[in-house]
Design a protein around this ligand. Structure first.
Ligand code: UD1
Ligand code: CA
Length: 497
């Protein structure tokens, strides 16, 4: 999809991200706060990315080391430019343009704290700007509550005259409900010229980028304002309550898209899906599900309730119940949970099973193989059709290094086996319950690695005399000595199966 209907690519995208974000009351720079799978800054960059601008400039200041590091991670081609003192958004824009002195043509200026901005909204702004032949066009929105935002002042014919910050506005201007979104497209040369003549004669004593509009109007240059179709798009994020509200709106959008595409979301209120995750039609997301990062869920799979998947792939028809999975790949028709913990490098083949209270890491589980209960499986390859008995531990760590275990096809590992790596259990082999396996088991063998059982007869009578155990033992002995098996002293409970 081309982002705009035509015209040359934008010369640059300039993101204003040097502000302190004092109102967040957080040690994390504002633009780094995450929501829906990206930072605030990441969302803004993603909205502008399809414009294919010649350059991306990000003005950094507060917390600039961490912001620059983050930028290098998510947008290595972007150019960070330092605004040493936060003298206002206009000063930030001037600093950015000074860093790219040869740039000509249209520039998109955008606040770094507008995470709901969409590609289509930015593209519509650029298109309208070009269609009108403006030197500057500002994105606006009609909102119910304009508190704290810059107001768009228009003349009787509807032409944009100025942007007035709330703290500098008259009562009449405060009543205006059309606000400045903090997204502008303008000609680089005109911007440079007007930014250079910005004053700071306002309540905050800062250079406001918004004043550029009034300056250009005074020059007689063509400027305009474009109303965003969805006012949610332009909402900024100045404190933690707004961050939570933006996160909820973003999530609602993601879930709406999924439901439109045939995904069943049982409880949208408690289901959270990052913009970077994907879910195929006919998948079912049960309440309390979080799909984070690059998670993907295949057709007909069920996830949840109460499941968090991070960077995890769930195959078609698989099921993941009450589990926590990080960097795992769950094959088609595989089953996970309840209460499983899959850690990075876990790969389950088709129809494999990982059950209750099982932790896995760096392991391949073959087709139809099962790790049903209470086990730790780390650094291992398990063949097909194998069964790992309850409470088995893959003893992979000697305190210094990790070692691998290899389990063949159709192996039966007895309950409570310790597999001390490095070790290999050959195809079709068995291990006896309670074994500590320290050397390889050949294919088809039964490995028994446990002390033979020794019964010390009469120990309880001698060493625990008078206890209920001793009395029960004595009664049993009397019954056994009686010629007909004897009458029992007490009714005997059936053995629990
Ligand atoms: C700004 C607009 C306001 C608009 C609102 C939309 C100004 C003067 N006002 O207000 O009209 O309605 O956004 O959300 O721009 N920044 C810097 N360096 C600075 C100061 C700010 O880079 O010295 C950056 C901030 O990081 C932020 C952006 O500029 O991304 C806007 O600054 P902010 O303080 O958030 O302005 P608002 O009061 O929200
Ligand atoms: Ca803001």
């Amino acid at each position: 999809m081309p982002a705009t209907t035509g015209g040359p690519a934008l010369a640059a995208v300039v993101v204003l991200a040097a502000g302190q974000g004092t109102r967040m009351r957080s040690s994390t720079p504002k633009v780094l706060h995450p929501l829906g799978g990206r930072s605030l800054l990441g969302h803004v960059l993603a909205a502008a990315e399809p414009l294919n601008a010649g350059a991306t400039v990000v003005v950094v200041g507060s917390g600039r080391d961490v912001v620059e590091q983050h930028l290098a991670d998510i947008a290595p081609a972007a150019l960070p430019v330092v605004q040493h003192e936060q003298n206002g958004s206009g000063h930030a824009a001037a600093v950015a343009l000074a860093a790219v002195p040869d740039l000509e043509g249209d520039v998109l200026l955008v606040n770094g704290d507008a995470p709901l901005l969409r590609v289509a909204t930015v593209a519509a702004l650029v298109d309208a700007h070009r269609a009108a032949g403006n030197v500057l066009t500002v994105l606006t929105a009609e909102v119910d509550d304009p508190t704290g935002l810059g107001r768009i002042v228009r003349d009787d014919d509807g032409a944009v005259l100025a942007i007035v910050e709330e703290r500098d506005a008259t009562d009449a201007q405060r009543a205006i409900r059309e606000i400045n979104a903090g997204v502008y497209v303008g000609d680089a040369a005109a911007l440079r010229r007007s930014l250079a003549s910005l004053g700071a004669d306002n309540d905050q004593g800062e250079q406001y980028v918004t004043d550029v509009l009034g300056l250009l109007v005074a020059e007689g240059a063509p400027v305009g304002g474009v109303l965003a179709e969805d006012a949610d798009d332009v909402l900024g994020c100045n404190d933690q309550r707004e961050l939570a509200a933006r996160r909820r709106t973003l999530n609602d959008r993601v879930l709406d898209d999924l439901m439109r595409d045939g995904v069943t979301v049982v409880d949208p209120q408690t289901t959270w899906v990052d913009v970077t995750a994907s879910v195929a039609a006919d998948a079912v997301l049960q309440p309390g599900t979080q799909l984070l990062g690059r998670t993907s869920v295949g057709a007909g799979a069920t996830v949840g309730p109460d499941t968090t998947l991070v960077d995890t792939e769930v195959g078609a028809g698989a099921s993941v119940v009450r589990s926590h999975c990080l960097g795992a790949a769950i094959g088609p028709a595989a089953t996970v949970g309840p209460f499983s913990y899959l850690r990075p490098g876990t790969r389950l083949s088709r129809a494999a099973k990982v059950g209750a209270f099982v932790e896995t890491k760096n392991v391949e589980v073959g087709e139809d193989s099962k790790v049903p209960h209470l086990s730790y499986v780390g650094d291992a390859t398990i063949g097909r059709g194998a069964n790992i008995g309850a409470a088995t531990v893959f003893v992979n760590y000697d305190g210094v290094a990790k070692h691998r275990t290899t389990i063949g096809d159709h192996v039966r590992i007895g309950s409570d086996t310790m597999l001390v790596a490095p070790v290999t259990v050959g195809d079709g082999a068995y291990t006896a319950a309670g074994s500590v396996i320290t050397s390889d088991v050949p294919p088809g063998a039964m490995a028994v690695a446990r002390a033979p059982q020794r019964n010390v007869a009469g120990w309880v009578r001698r060493r625990r005399s008078g206890t209920p155990a001793a009395q029960a033992a004595e009664a049993a002995e009397r019954r056994a000595e009686a010629p007909d098996g004897g009458p029992s002293d007490a009714p005997r409970a059936d053995t629990d199966k």
